[in-house]
Design a protein around this ligand. Structure first.
Ligand code: G3I
Length: 369
């Protein structure tokens, strides 16, 4: 009879060895993960991009994250009209040039943002020397010269431009936003902006870009606008769905409907400004209240993991329709949502945490069959 304690000992050794191997596996998996970036996991799906500011490109953790995880950059602010064209006769090229140079050095693609917007406009734009509104002809001339200068300078460098940004109203019963552009030019500025952009950089893909596209009322207006532009021969190539969402929205069917509504037009569709706030979405600025703690709770974390999981599952499903997905900011260290809608309330909307480390949501997004 074999000694029972020897047999038990033999099995005990087997179990321990097996346990050691199992413990080694996650470490190996993690090592493998750390060599690949988000862009590698999604290379058969769509290009993944990120909005950047020039300081992020100086040697440091943000520059490392950009190179490792993204194939494309969008300047967050420095190509907007106010920052890049502060005076009528002078441009501030240096910050935008710095991003373009980094893109060239590291073989990243670039989207331009944004040629015509009601926000972040320079003081001189809408007024004459006496401070009166300029005429429609003068404003269209200014728009043409702005777009021609900026789009020509970066011709061949940017693969896409957000040409017109957020021209549709948030008000239920109003079609166009009553911006200064609209007040002076009527709707015509939209078509003209696309024409000027096409003339300046014939190879760039030209986008109309907007937020709250998941809202069916606003979405229908955006759809009607771009459909009309296309039917009238305006050179528009695509629609940018910004994607400033939250852990509470959109739901799966709304997201699918949103993507499908625009692909049905035969236009390119991009998610241009993705982030998932951990707070319920609010669209106007307000003061911080006592209840606005800065804590990233376990419940919010879990909800964010689930929401990112769902959203990227849908994106993968629609890979043939999605031309690109771009995050708005790099990591939770800095997001524009730290200042909006509540100034100085910390938000945690991205896939990398405040120490630039991948969050649980990141691992969820890269772990798919
Ligand atoms: O550069 C000035 C600085 O000189 C000044 O001291 C400081 C004081 O507040 O302000 C700085 O400008 C800020 C700028 O960002 C650069 O940091 C502006 O106040 C601030 O309003 C501006 O916010 C930007 C916002 O657009 C303006 O509406 C955000 O960074 C930018 O992320 C955000 O991006 C927009 C997209 O372009 C279009 N879609 C929505 C998206 C989020 O609002």
């Amino acid at each position: 009879m074999p000694n029972i304690s020897k047999i038990l000992g033999f099995f005990l050794v087997l179990i321990l060895l097996n346990g050691c191997q199992n413990r080694r596996q996650p470490v190996e998996q993690k090592a493998e993960m750390s060599e690949k970036g988000l862009k590698d996991y999604y290379q058969d799906y769509f290009p993944v991009g990120v909005a950047v500011y020039p300081q992020a490109l100086d040697k440091g953790p943000e520059a490392t994250l950009i190179q490792k995880h993204f194939v494309s950059m969008t300047p967050e602010n420095v190509m907007k009209m106010g920052p890049i064209h502060p005076q009528k006769d002078s441009f501030n090229w240096a910050p935008a040039d710095k991003i373009v140079a980094f893109a060239k050095e590291h073989q990243l693609k670039m989207r331009g943002h944004a040629l015509c917007w009601h926000n972040q406009t320079p003081d001189w734009l809408f007024v004459d020397d006496e401070g009166n509104d300029v005429s429609k002809e003068e404003l269209l001339d200014r728009l043409k010269s702005h777009i021609t200068e900026v789009a020509s300078r970066y011709k061949g460098t940017l693969y896409a431009w957000d040409v017109v940004n957020e021209a549709i109203s948030d008000q239920k019963d109003e079609f166009y936003r009553k911006s200064k552009w609209y007040q002076i030019c009527g709707e015509e500025f939209i078509a003209r902006a696309f024409e000027y952009a096409r003339a300046a950089d014939p190879n760039a893909e030209l986008f109309y870009n907007d937020y709250e596209v998941i809202n069916p009322v606003k979405r229908q207006k955006i759809y009607d606008l771009v459909k009309g532009l296309k039917e009238n021969g305006v050179p528009i190539d695509g629609v940018g769905i910004q994607g400033h969402w939250s852990i509470y929205e959109p739901d799966e069917s709304t997201l699918k409907e949103t993507i499908e509504q625009f692909t049905s037009l035969g236009l390119k569709v991009q998610i241009t400004e993705l982030d998932l706030s951990v707070y319920p979405k609010e669209h106007s600025l307000r003061e911080k209240r006592d209840a606005d703690t800065d804590e990233f709770t376990l419940e919010q974390k879990q909800k964010q993991v689930e929401q990112y999981d769902m959203i990227f599952r849908v994106f993968r499903e629609y890979k043939d329709d999605l031309n690109a997905v771009t995050f708005w900011n790099i990591s939770d260290k800095y997001s524009w949502l730290d200042h909006f809608p509540v100034p100085d309330r910390k938000d945690y909307p991205l896939l990398f945490d405040e120490d630039h480390e991948p969050k649980e949501a990141y691992y969820k997004v890269i772990n798919f069959e």
